[in-house]
Design a protein around this ligand. Structure first.
Ligand code: FES
Length: 159
């Protein structure tokens, strides 16, 4: 198995050494120790860091990443099937993010039902902020949750 020093892992992953320590404290990556108590990382840490960085870039909370990584083995390099299992468990989170990003791209210039009433279109799309009755946030981006979906999200630690 390929092993990397802290410096090599940071350099190849394109992150600061302090980021590796941070990810480790958060339980996202794991290091081994040499006889001299130096950190060593298994090669698959680079793939994990790549996933963490992309997730951070699109606003996925680190806790969601940690939960997804819990499907992967700590003691050896994950197989293709294990990465697939992780991604399946993460499907809902990724689908939500993709919808939000598509909405952001397509509807940034339209009324999103956020309550600001700052665009001319708001008078028609959200007269007097009528959409506030459906809940907080941009109502045209976040349709009301069904009771079952609300319970599921609460159980998964989402608000
Ligand atoms: S954009 Fe905020 S209420 Fe229309």
């Amino acid at each position: 198995m390929r092993e990397l020093s802290v410096g090599d892992a940071a350099r190849r992953a394109g992150v600061a050494v302090s980021a590796l320590h941070f990810y480790e404290r958060k339980g996202l990556i794991r290091s081994l120790r040499t006889a001299g108590n130096q950190r060593r990382y298994a090669g698959d840490v680079l793939r994990r860091i790549a996933v963490i960085r992309v997730a951070q870039r699109v606003g996925i909370p680190l806790e969601a990443v940690r939960r997804a990584f819990s499907a992967l083995p700590d003691e050896r390099t994950p197989s293709r099937e294990e990465w697939a299992q992780m991604s399946a468990a993460w499907q809902e989170e990724l689908d939500d993010r993709i919808k939000q990003l598509v909405n952001l791209k397509d509807k940034l210039t339209e009324c999103i039902g956020c309550g600001c009433l700052s665009l001319t279109a708001c008078a028609l799309a959200n007269p007097g902020d009528a959409l506030a009755a459906d809940g907080g946030g941009p109502r045209r981006w976040t349709p009301p949750l069904t009771p079952a979906l609300r319970l599921l999200r609460q159980q998964r630690g989402k608000t």
